[in-house]
Design a protein around this ligand. Structure first.
Ligand SMILES: [Zn+2]
Ligand SMILES: [Zn+2]
Length: 156
């Protein structure tokens, strides 16, 4: 197993800075309409991590949260910088549950290759995916544990 690199990131204005202490569980790209709206772009990128491994090095007390209810009925807590509006992570009501870093907030994402594209049923029509390279799902993936195993296998 490779030495886990320390992933660092922050919001656009720099008030909030963080690092991920451990190994992420997986990275995927989501083309759902919520992610399109949230990112004000074509898709979202989610880096799943253990919340205990997220360390704030600046601005933790500034983080604001906004909650919304997803199509699955679960409440999603969305943490963001109140100054510049950058979304930092999404979690659910259970603070111990896995959270998703909004991966565009990382300083350097070149090392991180997504394992899957999900919700392709609502992707922008010009998005073309290499289906040999990525696992593809029209909606929610059926087996997230399998995706996490695949992510780990490709990382090491
Ligand atoms: Zn900011
Ligand atoms: Zn989404």
């Amino acid at each position: 197993m490779a030495e886990p690199e320390r992933l660092t990131g922050g919001c656009q204005c720099g008030a909030i800075r963080y690092r991920v202490a451990g190994e992420p569980k997986m990275l995927y790209v989501c083309h759902c309409t919520d992610c399109q709206k949230q990112s004000a772009s074509a898709f979202g990128m989610s880096l799943r991590i253990d919340p205990a491994e997220l360390e704030f090095t600046a601005g933790r007390e500034r983080l604001q949260t906004w909650s919304t209810r997803g199509d699955d009925g679960n409440v999603k807590r969305c943490a963001f910088c109140p100054d510049c509006g950058t979304r930092i992570f999404h979690g659910d009501e259970d603070p111990a549950a896995t959270i998703s870093i909004k991966a565009g907030s990382l300083d350097d994402t070149r090392e991180l290759v997504p394992v899957a594209h999900i919700w392709l049923g609502s992707a922008q029509p010009w998005v073309e995916i290499d289906r040999e390279r990525f696992r593809c799902f029209d909606g929610e993936p059926d087996d997230e544990a399998a995706l996490e195993r695949l992510w780990r296998a490709r990382r090491h």
